[in-house]
Ligand binder design. Structure first.
Ligand code: NIG
Ligand code: FE
Length: 426
């Protein structure tokens, strides 16, 4: 919980405003030239121009001991809110680079899964991994995210697919979150409904029973997850099963999220809307009717263009259309060892612009304030506003639009979490 005075930013981009941002509002980020801010006890106290902040410092009665404040001179740099990544599968071990070649050779993602590979091959490796090692590996991945500007991240379980393994993963996420407590905020999600485990392949209904009767109640009781997510596709968990799983989760106090319309439109989005899910994620093949319904709802559209890119889906989600229709659009990496192995929110923002037609301002709001909304934290973080966490990124760039324009390189020079400097580029 640091005390910080930051001054002289070439641009300070606040992303301030009510969440979620929709329509034209999504395109407004508020750029303060020669920007500055004060963080006290981890919370932002004031945001403005350097002149206004200096004036406040000269007269503020509360500013009695300058020794207690770290001062950052952000001359020549751009300051933006810490990125929020609201959809990852970052707790895993083992890689699946062989699948890249299979998919490039024409094999379909779901065919690899049906043959016992894909998610199920990671499940084997994660089941075989000791909890502490899994936590350490997850923590290292979180630090990589931090070096790319992410200060808040959602992490799903889902590579265990039985009670003990799923609890082990959720404990590993909690341990990694504890190791990273000064660097990142972690929101855990239970995703036991990620695939049907190999041992119940011929009895998928039995697995849904176990999820609803045993796993969800136990996970909820453990307090290790805030949300529950389901991979809803006809070939994985159909909409009837997804509805039952998410309803059970809600009855046990977990929020609902759903992988919807990633490969086919099977009714997953209707389940999300009916249950008032916090978010429907992917929406790669969602058509016009779905977009309209989504725009009329409170459910956040979490788009994952890295997955469309990596799976060579032949299209991105209709992000431009969703924004224009008024959907609450957020962006995430989907970081996982199969369909999208990247930790980089700036790369995802570039894909959102060049692949889906969002503007850099829209992509930045979608990766900060709206992403925070998608995981229920927009009242605490996601924008640089008085009363919110002092989570910020200093970019070695002349303009915030370089985040998108100059893609594929890391522009992050420094990251601040709750007013403490937690990452400095070597
Ligand atoms: O969001 N679709 C399901 N889950 C992940 C992929 C997980 C994996 O392939 O390991 C996704 O694409
Ligand atoms: Fe995912």
């Amino acid at each position: 919980m640091g005390n910080l005075i930051l001054k002289n930013a070439r641009q300070l981009v606040t992303c301030a405003g009510a969440a979620p941002r929709r329509g034209l509002d999504l395109g407004t980020v508020q750029v303060i030239e020669d920007g500055a801010l004060i963080v006290q006890g981890g919370i932002i106290d004031m945001v403005g121009t350097t002149e206004a902040i200096e004036d406040k410092l000269a007269h503020g009665h509360w500013y009695e001991d300058p020794e207690e404040f770290t001062t950052i001179d952000a001359s020549g740099q751009v300051v933006v809110p810490g990125f929020v990544d609201p959809h990852t599968h970052a707790c895993f071990t083992g890689y699946r680079h062989d699948e890249v070649e299979l998919r490039l050779g024409g094999r379909k993602y779901l065919d690899i899964l049906a043959a016992g590979g894909g998610i199920l091959s990671t499940v084997q490796k994660v089941r075989d991994c000791e909890e502490g090692a899994l936590a350490d590996e997850t923590y290292r991945r979180l630090l990589l995210m931090l070096s790319l500007g992410t200060t808040t991240v959602e992490v799903k379980s889902g590579y265990g697919l039985d009670m003990e393994s799923e609890l082990k993963i959720l404990r590993a996420i909690a341990k990694a979150a504890e190791m990273a407590r000064e660097q990142l905020t972690v929101v855990p999600t239970f995703m036991g409904a990620h695939a049907v485990p190999r041992e119940l392949k011929s009895e998928p209904g039995e697995y849904v029973e176990r999820l609803c009767r045993e796993m969800i109640p136990r996970v909820a009781e453990s307090g290790l997850a805030r949300y529950c997510d389901v991979f809803c596709e006809e070939e994985v968990f159909g909409p009837v099963q997804a509805r039952r799983i998410l309803k059970t989760a809600q009855e046990h106090g977990l929020g609902a999220k759903i992988h919807a319309d990633e490969i086919g439109e099977c009714g997953a989005l209707d389940v999300a809307l009916e249950l008032g899910a916090a978010s429907a994620d992917h929406l790669l093949v969602t058509g016009e009717a779905g977009i309209r319904k989504l725009a009329d709802s409170e459910t956040c559209a979490v788009l994952l263009p890295g997955t469309a890119f990596c799976l060579r889906s032949g299209r991105y989600a209709a992000g431009r259309r969703m924004v224009d229709q008024g959907c609450a659009v957020a962006l995430a990496t989907d970081c996982n060892p199969g369909s999208c192995f990247t930790e980089s929110m700036p790369l995802v923002m570039a894909m959102a612009c060049f692949g889906m037609g969002l503007t850099p301002a829209e992509a930045l709001n979608a990766a900060t304030i709206n992403a925070a909304h998608a995981i229920g934290l927009a009242d605490q973080l996601g924008s640089l506003e008085e009363g919110k966490a002092g989570d910020l990124v200093l970019l070695d760039s002349p303009d915030y639009r370089h985040l998108v324009y100059h893609f594929g390189i890391n522009q992050v020079g420094m990251v601040v979490k709750k007013g403490e400097i937690v990452y400095v580029r070597d």
